[in-house]
Design a binder for this molecule. Structure first.
Ligand SMILES: [Zn+2]
Length: 158
């Protein structure tokens, strides 16, 4: 029975989104599609070693849903390894975390900048450099809620 999807938070886009076994011609190659939320679940659970409870919170989903996602991800990865299939990482219902909100003190313009792009030098609307982080967003930054994952993704254009 289909239920409405909650938006799944994903903290990191993969550098490489296609894995292919060596020596198999493309026309004979079968693919499994690993969705971005499945990729993220594996990153959190297996690579970062997070507890399912914590990882589920980080992705803004229930623990049960997280369990299902990570199980599905493991099955797909196993299928690719065992049967020599390619893995393509794309799609899924997700939302990138870690956008920073800025506000211009001159013209009140607000806009978002992805982590990794650095602090904008000026307001894109009026070119004033009298800008600051939006208050609500600063609160999140202080609490460290997004934690380590973000740092690993510094270089990534989002
Ligand atoms: Zn401005």
């Amino acid at each position: 029975m289909p239920r409405p999807f909650k938006c799944r938070q994903v903290g990191c886009k993969p550098d490489i989104s296609y894995f292919k076994p060596r020596g198999i011609p493309v026309n004979k190659l079968e693919e499994v599609i690993l969705t971005m939320d499945e990729f993220e679940s594996v990153r959190l659970a297996d690579l970062e070693g997070m507890y399912q409870d914590d990882a589920a919170k980080k992705m803004n989903i229930s623990r049960q849903t997280f369990g299902n996602i990570v199980k599905s991800a493991h099955k797909k990865i196993a299928e690719a390894l065992v049967n020599g299939k390619a893995i393509k990482i794309e799609g899924g219902i997700y939302q990138m975390e870690g956008m920073r909100k800025f506000k211009c003190c001159e013209c009140e313009h607000t806009w978002e900048v992805a982590y990794g792009l650095g602090r904008p030098p000026e307001c894109p609307k009026c070119q004033s450099n009298n800008i600051h982080r939006d208050r609500e967003d600063c609160g999140h930054a202080r609490s460290g809620r997004l934690g380590q994952g973000r740092k690993r993704c510094r270089r990534m254009p989002i």
